[in-house]
Design a protein around this ligand. Structure first.
Ligand code: BJW
Ligand code: ZN
Length: 233
């Protein structure tokens, strides 16, 4: 492990499951009772903004109440102690990586605790609700939506991610089902560029066959053990 210089980590909902935040595609998953096309697309938002604002108001409150688990804390330790380059990309909209001590987390699908004004394009940190139609602190318009990447929208900072994948020695995917692109394609990109690829997940993801190694189990156990291995060298 001493030759490791550049690591890219991709996390998904599974890393926050043991903090009490539901995943998307489990039987009791987040979208149960909310068809995905109603809440997670720009068209769904245009059709019924009140439903979508309420859904994310609830998610925002759940994120605020949740606490980081051992997996977030181990990745926070890695972020502080790894001597090489580390890019932590998360599909999650919660802030549990930051609260677990990680620096410079790339939220490719946006953040629950940020809002985006459709009138003046400003982003604001936000811990309250949107269903009551608050005014944008910058321009006063009532036009704020969650700063979240819905289906059909471009995820954030793709250039930075693709660049890091092209240079990585190791790509690690943690707690994501591999059902949503472009994140689901990262393993193939990293692999083609010469990186070793490792999956840590409760169950094999849809792209499991593309990984050099898969370890199955809860993130709160697998991630601290893997971090120890990397830092222990
Ligand atoms: C545990 C555990 C424990 C449980 N320990 N593990 C073909 C090719 C390319 C693109 C497309 C395509 N067909 C369609 C598309 C477009 C579309 C897409 O992918 N659709 C699919 C349905 C096929 N993608 C898009 O529209 C994206 N934009 C885009 O493609 O732009 C164009 C573009 C092209 C090329 C380059 C760049 C851009 C945007 C996608 C936006 C996704 N947004 C969401 C919703 C956010 C809002 C919200 O939070 O409500 O993001 S979708 C949802 O899924 C959310 C998640 O981030 C994402 C991934 O889910 P995740 O994290 O994997 O969760 P689960 O539930 O699926 O899996 C949980 C995993 O955890 C499981 O594996 C469990 O085993 C595990 N687990 N407990 C460890 N304790
Ligand atoms: Zn504004």
């Amino acid at each position: 492990m001493t030759s490791l210089q550049r690591i890219v980590i991709l996390t998904g909902a599974g890393v926050s499951a043991e903090s009490g935040l539901r995943t998307f595609r489990a039987e009791d998953g987040l979208w149960e009772g909310h068809p995905v096309e109603e809440v997670a697309t720009p068209e769904g938002f245009a059709r019924d903004p009140d439903l979508v604002q309420r859904f994310y108001d609830e998610r925002r409150a759940q994120v605020i109440a949740a606490q980081p688990n051992a997996a977030h804390i181990a990745l926070g330790r890695l972020s502080g102690e790894f001597a090489g380059e580390l890019l932590l990309v998360t599909q999650n909209i919660d802030d549990l990586h930051e609260r677990g001590g990680a620096r410079d987390v790339l939220h490719m699908h946006g953040q629950a605790l940020r809002v985006w004004c459709q009138s003046c394009d400003a982003r604001h940190d936000w811990r309250g609700t949107l269903r009551d139609g608050p005014q944008c602190p910058s321009c006063g318009a009532v036009a704020m939506r969650p700063d979240i990447v819905w289906f059909g929208e471009m995820p954030y900072q793709m250039e930075r991610i693709f660049d890091a994948l092209a240079r990585a020695d190791l790509f690690v995917s943690i707690g994501t089902s591999g059902a949503v692109y472009p994140a689901a394609g990262f393993v193939a990109q990293a692999s083609q560029a010469g990186a070793r690829t490792l999956e840590l997940n409760l169950e094999p993801s849809q792209g499991s066959r593309f990984f050099d190694e898969t370890q199955l189990g809860p993130a709160s156990e697998l991630v601290p053990a893997w971090v120890e291995e990397v830092l222990g060298g």
